[in-house]
Write a protein that binds this ligand. Structure first.
Ligand code: C5P
Length: 239
């Protein structure tokens, strides 16, 4: 069974501060997106990566990736395709799925914003889909206690807490999330609510999503402090 990875990389990265689209910002001198593509290509299971670029930036992303490919323009045994994305992450993933050729029956969806995911995590996700799960997410226990609040009517006002879910049953989920392709395509065709990950769309179909152990280095680079952490992780790997 062949496996493809879709990398949504069309976000602007507003929370990271002003500058280039988040996926194109450098980490250890190399764009985050290049790290993310390498992380997928490093898995022997993944033979195609579909990068979803900013809507007006597919050409730029394509040449950027070409300059970071191995001599001869390859990514090892993995092909790389670039398509333009959309207004939301969900739309970007759908555009990536639309571009997938026949023959890829397992699909990973991996945020460009998680450039340092270890290959063992990628392989564990693929393995669980191969074993028959329609949807798989890497997950970690939470360090923080989580509160549900009633959003304040006026921004800046204190927000009343309405519930404290039992932390021992909560997980923070990461990417790549892995799917049986037909299931993910059906989820994207059926679910129209705003969602923040792909697995929740499969949950809405009434199917069971399962977890595999996530990894602390698969954290999402969202805010400026995350860049500091990512640089430190890279420096440690280069020792
Ligand atoms: O905004 P957030 O951090 O949740 O974005 C997660 C991933 O989705 C990022 O890799 C971002 O580039 C991507 N994205 C996208 N298209 C959008 C918005 C976000 O591909 N319109």
């Amino acid at each position: 069974v062949r496996t493809a990875a879709v990398i949504p990389a069309a976000g602007r990265g507003v929370r990271l501060g002003p500058g280039a689209p988040k996926a194109l910002r450098a980490l250890g001198g190399t764009p985050m997106l290049v790290h993310a593509v390498r992380a997928m290509a490093e898995s022997r299971a993944v033979s195609l990566v579909v990068v979803v670029a900013p809507p007006d930036g597919a050409g730029e992303v394509k040449s950027l990736l070409d300059t970071h490919a191995l001599p001869g323009g390859s990514w090892g045994n993995t092909d790389v395709l670039v398509v333009p994305g959309g207004e939301s992450r969900q739309e970007s993933v759908k555009l990536g799925l639309d571009a997938l050729p026949e023959g890829y029956d397992i699909v990973l969806v991996h945020d460009a914003a998680r450039p340092l995911v270890p290959v063992d995590t990628v392989d564990a996700v693929v393995e669980a889909v191969r074993d028959g799960a329609p949807a798989v997410v890497p997950a970690l226990p939470l360090a923080d206690t989580v509160k549900q609040v009633e959003p304040a009517a006026t921004p800046g006002e204190p927000e009343p807490v309405v519930a404290t879910p039992d932390r021992s049953r909560l997980r923070a989920v990461q990417t790549p999330q892995g799917f049986d392709r037909a299931t993910l395509v059906r989820a994207h065709a059926t679910v129209t609510d705003d969602v923040t990950d792909d697995a929740s769309m499969v949950e809405q179909l009434g199917l069971t999503v399962v977890t595999v152990p996530g990894h602390e280095e698969a954290f999402k680079v969202t805010r400026p402090l995350d860049l500091v952490l990512a640089e430190a992780v890279l420096a440690r790997r280069r020792l």
